[in-house]
Design a protein around this ligand. Structure first.
Ligand SMILES: CC/C=C\C/C=C\C/C=C\C/C=C\C/C=C\C/C=C\CCC(=O)SCCNC(=O)CCNC(=O)[C@H](O)C(C)(C)COP(=O)(O)OP(=O)(O)OC[C@H]1O[C@@H](n2cnc3c(N)ncnc32)[C@H](O)[C@@H]1OP(=O)(O)O
Ligand SMILES: CCCCCCCC/C=C\CCCCCCCC(=O)OC[C@@H](O)COP(=O)(O)O
Length: 380
């Protein structure tokens, strides 16, 4: 009991957070450098270069999974039918997920890890994320599809990036947040005004989905991808989890509801495909309503087994990087030079500010203005 209490307090200590972030940053830069070294391999053996990059990417993203699973002890329950369960991780799929939480990417990655597709997982991500050190740079080598959320610009680039995935050598899940941005009350209000103008039913828990990205993805990955995984994520007890909460060791419980829909049943024609997606979001809204009323999703519940690899990878980097850090810091502090000591502190402070900025990228309140535009248009 006392030991548990001490561990809980330890997890909230700044020093622990600094060490975790230091390991993440330095290992991330090393991996980014190794990824850079694979560049000459691409023209010679593209498939081998891709496979190597999947493993290298895994070494970065699995650290956030380990943080969620092992450090914070967060649990992930999956509501899905057993027939579909047996196919997860064994086929390529498009995942359509709600976008309400600051750590929904970590919960998504955790499910990917449990089904062995973490290294190869893909997403249609906003361009701004490609500039985030470590993760954004890793994504470049993993052929993540970036969009500017401007159809005129995206229609060409996104199609090309999607086509590149047609001969991808590993099984992958392609994540689409069709709402295009995270849920806020303001964005919800505006998107429901758009829904009303378009004569579409109102949604209570989702923003109105943007349909073009979905249509483009289905069009270009048809034949490569066999199913759409309609996924709805919630956290128990109305929690709104944060990355800082996870870093402080706070335990959450994620509930994910997944329906497997064969891709053949998604219409090919653009307007039919858009109508299909709108209907899907109306159904997703009903699942959320069910969850709010009953505290669970429909159907059987499972907990896909947690694998040890994310933790082992993390421990490897900790063992490799923490000892040299302490030796270096000790040497600098014992050097007797005030300017060296001051420089060390300034450097550590600058790194902490950088990490805080990266964490800020996950925070909804610091999110983009995308989806607030209609109000400006209406007001002008
Ligand atoms: C078993 C396992 C199951 C599940 C496991 C779960 C997950 C694991 C899977 C994979 C994990 C992988 C990676 C995870 C890691 C990290 C991910 C993190 C996050 C990154 C995510 C993002 O960055 S989200 C933001 C970027 N993505 C998108 O925007 C995608 C959706 N957007 C689109 O599709 C857009 O159409 C577009 C981007 C292609 C183009 O953007 P544009 O703005 O130009 O949009 P539109 O052309 O669609 O807009 C114009 C039309 O929209 C109407 N409109 C106007 N205002 C609004 C409004 N406020 N709301 C809704 N609609 C609006 C307007 O009227 C136009 O209508 P049209 O009729 O003309 O279309
Ligand atoms: C091992 C522990 C390491 C702890 C230190 C972690 C440092 C931070 C690491 C990574 C930060 C970047 C993660 C990027 C993923 C964020 C995904 C996201 O949710 O993007 C939002 C986007 O969809 C919509 O944006 P808007 O709502 O329009 O704005």
């Amino acid at each position: 009991m006392i030991r548990m209490g001490i561990i809980k307090v330890l997890k909230t200590q700044l020093l622990c957070h600094l060490i975790i972030c230091y390991v993440f940053l330095i290992s991330g830069f090393i991996v980014n450098l190794l990824q850079l070294c694979t560049l000459p391999l691409w023209p010679i053996n593209k498939q081998l270069a891709r496979k190597i990059n999947c493993r290298l990417g895994y070494s970065i993203s699995s650290q956030l999974v380990a943080l969620l699973e092992w450090w914070s002890g967060t649990e992930c329950s999956l509501y899905t039918d057993p027939e579909s369960y047996s196919l997860y991780g064994k086929e390529n799929a498009i995942v359509v997920l709600n976008h309400n939480f600051e750590i929904d990417f970590m919960a998504g990655w955790t499910i990917c890890e449990r089904f062995g597709v973490l290294g190869s997982s893909k997403v249609l991500a906003k361009k701004e994320l490609s500039f985030v050190p470590v993760i954004g740079w890793m994504w470049y080598f993993l052929e993540i599809v970036f969009c500017k959320r401007n159809w005129e610009v995206d229609r060409k680039n996104v199609v090309q990036s999607l086509r590149n995935l047609r001969d991808y050598p590993e099984n992958f899940w392609f994540l689409l947040h069709c709402e295009g941005t995270r849920f806020t009350e303001k964005k919800h209000k505006i998107s429901m005004e758009v829904a009303e103008k378009k004569g579409l039913p109102k949604l209570k828990y989702h923003l109105l989905p943007r349909t073009k990205g979905f249509w483009m993805t289905v069009q270009n990955l048809r034949g490569k991808v066999t199913a759409v995984y309609d996924s709805t994520l919630n956290f128990r007890n109305n929690e709104m989890p944060t990355l800082l909460g996870v870093l402080n060791g706070k335990k959450y419980h994620a509930d994910l509801y997944v329906r497997r829909i064969p891709l053949d049943s998604v219409p090919e024609e653009e307007s039919e495909c858009a109508a299909w997606l709108h209907k899907l979001y109306q159904e997703k809204d009903e699942f959320q309503e069910h969850y709010t009323r009953t505290g669970r999703f429909p159907g059987p519940i499972t907990s896909p087994p947690c694998r040890p690899w994310a933790l082992l990878n993390w421990l490897f980097w900790v063992c490799l990087l923490v000892y040299p850090l302490f030796r270096l810091l000790l040497q600098l502090l014992l050097s007797g030079s005030i300017s060296t000591v001051v420089c060390t502190f300034v450097f550590c402070f600058a790194v902490s500010v950088g990490i805080r900025w990266m964490i800020g990228q996950t925070e909804i309140e610091k999110g983009s203005n995308y989806g607030n535009k209609e109000v400006q248009l209406n007001n002008n």
